[in-house]
Design a binder for this molecule. Structure first.
Ligand SMILES: C[S@@+](CC[C@H](N)C(=O)[O-])C[C@H]1O[C@@H](n2cnc3c(N)ncnc32)[C@H](O)[C@@H]1O
Length: 321
């Protein structure tokens, strides 16, 4: 059990690619670091262990439960500042909490934490019944149930097809629209059963509602939009030589990270990697980032110990002067 946990295993999160992240950040003992996705503080704890007495860590999470757990876990730790907020709040968080303006490293460990997934009341789980919510910050935005009650069939199909990469998105959207005419969709078990009936095939080892739940979660939390904002703010916060480390779990997230790094590491390559003409190259900004190493995935030892790490992918870049 992590310190500050509830003792029932529901408040734990195993940090992924921990050693790789530490190596990527190359923590300077007196540096300022930003953990943009605090979760239960697994990465933060290791950053703190590498920091000296002058070091600072600003840790952000949009989930109030994560921040509450962090305040308990790090009650005796003066070098960490916990802030509840979303990626758009990164710059404000650093300005208000740190003694300096520029950071030596920013970490994003995207997606949801195990306590969010495992607590039925949060509404992320298709394995346990709960209210159909899925908001990381339950005080903001609309729960999935409210969105599904009013979205058109086409919108539902587009979200599930795009964010879930679900080829049966049309059938699922039709089934949702039919079902909601009879009664509101309000529970995760209700939606999971409906999707299981609508999807005609089975992917080995996966619940048929996995893709649909992932898509709805990404949609109500605006995860791709948040990521774009977060990456831009992280770049503006990094000091020369500072490191950006991003762990993603979804192909669309990884594509956004890869393109962001490419855009700033090879400005002459153009948005889709298409080479620019000479005049465009002269007008292009000098590179703001340099790639560090290749993308990294968990090894078999980590995957054996933590199957939830299976789609994790780490990309690292360094801020140039
Ligand atoms: C995978 S977990 C991070 C786990 C953490 N690294 C650890 O070791 O415990 C992702 C966390 O990021 C938070 N999060 C996701 N998107 C966010 C956003 N746009 N703004 C702030 N926090 C976000 C989630 O609430 C969740 O707690």
């Amino acid at each position: 059990m992590g310190d500050g946990g509830r003792g029932d295993g529901l408040d734990e999160h195993t940090p992924v690619l921990l050693e790789e992240v530490l190596a990527a950040l190359a923590v300077r003992p007196a540096g300022l670091y930003v953990d943009a996705t605090f979760g239960r503080g697994g990465h933060s704890a290791r950053i703190l262990a590498a920091l000296g007495p002058q070091g600072e860590l600003v840790a952000l999470d949009r989930d109030p439960a994560a921040i509450a757990a962090g305040r308990l876990r790090f009650a005796q730790e003066a070098r960490i500042r916990l802030v509840q907020g979303e990626f758009a709040d990164l710059a404000r968080a650093v300005r208000s909490q740190a003694s300096r303006a520029y950071a030596d490293g920013v970490l994003f460990d995207l997606g949801v934490s195990s306590p969010q997934l495992d607590e039925p009341a949060r509404g992320f789980s298709f394995q346990q019944d709960g209210p159909l919510d899925m908001r990381m910050d339950p005080s903001h935005g609309r729960p999935v149930s409210a969105w599904l009650a009013q979205a058109s069939r086409d919108e539902i199909r587009r979200v599930i097809g795009t964010l879930g990469e679900e080829r049966f998105a049309g059938r699922i959207a039709s089934a949702i629209v039919r079902a909601r005419e009879a009664e509101p969709l309000s529970s995760t078990a209700q939606l999971a059963a409906l999707v299981a009936r609508a999807v005609p095939t089975r992917e080995g080892g996966r619940h048929p509602a996995t893709r649909t739940f992932q898509a709805l979660r990404m949609h109500v939390n605006q995860e791709l939009e948040q990521l774009e904002q977060g990456l831009a703010l992280a770049l503006s916060l990094l000091a020369p030589g500072g490191r950006l480390a991003v762990i993603s779990f979804h192909s669309l997230e990884d594509r956004a990270v890869k393109h962001f790094i490419r855009r700033h590491a090879d400005p002459a390559a153009g948005p889709a990697g298409v080479p620019l003409r000479a005049a465009e190259i002269r007008a292009a900004q000098p590179p703001a980032l340099r790639r560090v190493g290749r993308k990294q995935r968990p090894g078999t030892r980590e995957l054996d110990a933590n199957p939830r790490a299976r789609s994790a992918l780490l990309r690292v870049a360094e801020r140039l002067a």
